[in-house]
Design a protein. Structure first.
Length: 381
């Protein structure tokens, strides 16, 4: 067997700098020309020069324009793959489909950290059964989860966001993400146009412009560069089920009283509230730590180490390995975490085998999701 470093995720534990390309995102969407060709653009003008024009590829043009309208995205790379409007989301995110999302991920050779997938079907498209959300999108969850898991196993961690296209506003949205078990997949609903498709460009732009620990709905960043927000063909202000969408785990758009503009509601992933990685920010943080852990310990492969008489690692070796990963995490992402601790069980017998197990625990940042102010008149004592 080839020597290797394996990083696995542990859940239920919350209670020189490494380069990790944190803000690189990718987009798979519907196109008309240049279908199946992976590309990277650095501005709207660059995208237009490569055929992503309003006339030829209006959907991709919209998303690219949205992406580069977000403050902080100037000159950032955006990887793009356009597919025909007949390409289903379920098939596109199939990890074994060499012509789907995997094609763009392979083209980017591990650089993409968040992948957005959107489909704009033909006008006559009418799924069966008819539902509030396009069943093709909600039915793609298992494949999207498997795709992200396969990329993580290949040391190319990626989070997948699906454009949860609103198909029929007359229906009741019965499908909810926060009852699922896919903390590497999120669903985006709503946007700046009343087409039913989400503004995936805005969401990806916020991700690309934000450090890994930053909630993309952070109000201090300012309002989104849009004049209106819709859920399907209804304005956000007129959509009675907005709070329900947010509570049920969708990434969507909202506004706040006495605060001008629109903001991303939150960054939940498709998993229960008890999951350690229930937020995109937590997922991006843990993904960055996993890359640093791999890059740190791959340097140690096949190195000779000092053992004690009973076959366990010498204390000085344990301290070196623990301090090495802790230092690398702190050098690369101290601003993104609250703390880090590495622990190696000193009773592991390396003379009997060469498999060393290391526990690495990251304490993430906290988030002010609700603030209660007790306000009244009174005399201070």
């Amino acid at each position: 067997m080839i020597p290797k470093v394996t990083v696995s995720l542990s859940n239920g534990n919350i209670g020189g700098a490494t380069q990790t390309n944190d803000g690189v995102v990718g987009l798979v969407c519907t196109g008309t020309t240049n279908l199946g060709t992976s590309m990277v653009v650095y501005s709207l003008a660059d995208a237009i020069s490569k055929g992503i024009t309003l006339a030829e590829n209006p959907v991709a043009h919209r998303f690219v324009k949205e992406f580069y309208s977000v403050n902080g995205t100037a000159n950032l790379p955006l990887y793009i793959l356009m597919l025909a409007n007949t390409a289903t989301v379920t098939n596109t995110v199939d990890k074994d489909n060499a012509n789907g999302a995997k094609k763009l991920l392979d083209f980017a050779v591990g650089k993409i950290k968040v992948l957005g997938v959107s489909r704009t079907p033909a006008a006559e498209y009418d799924p069966d059964p008819t539902a509030f959300f396009d069943p093709d999108v909600t039915g793609a969850l298992a494949n999207a989860k498997a795709l992200a898991a396969a990329q993580f196993a290949a040391v190319n961690p990626v989070r997948v966001l699906l454009d949860c296209r609103v198909h029929d506003n007359a229906q009741v949205p019965a499908w909810v993400p926060n009852t699922k078990d896919a903390n590497n997949v999120g669903f985006v609903v709503g946007g700046a146009e009343n087409t039913g498709n989400a503004s995936m460009g805005l969401v990806l732009g916020k991700i690309a412009a934000s450090p890994v620990h930053r909630n993309i709905g952070r109000v201090k960043d300012g309002a989104l560069p849009i004049a209106q927000a819709y859920i399907g063909n209804k304005k956000v202000e007129e959509f009675a089920g907005l709070n329900s969408l947010i509570d049920n785990g969708f990434i969507t758009f909202t506004s706040y009283p006495q605060k001008a503009g629109y903001f991303i509601s939150d960054d939940p992933m498709s998993t229960a509230a008890t999951d350690d990685i229930k937020y995109l920010a937590h997922g991006r943080t843990i993904d960055k730590a996993s890359i640093i852990a791999y890059q740190t310990f791959v340097e140690e492969l096949k190195d000779d180490v000092q053992l004690q008489a009973n076959g366990t690692l010498a204390p000085i070796v344990i301290k070196h390995l623990e301090a090495n990963i802790e230092n690398n995490i702190n050098l690369s992402m101290a601003e993104s975490i609250s703390s880090v601790a590495a622990v190696i069980d000193p009773t592991q017998n390396l003379a009997a085998g060469s498999n060393l197990k290391i526990k690495l625990r990251i304490t993430p940042k906290g988030y002010l999701k609700e603030i209660e102010v007790d306000l009244g008149f009174g005399v201070q004592s």
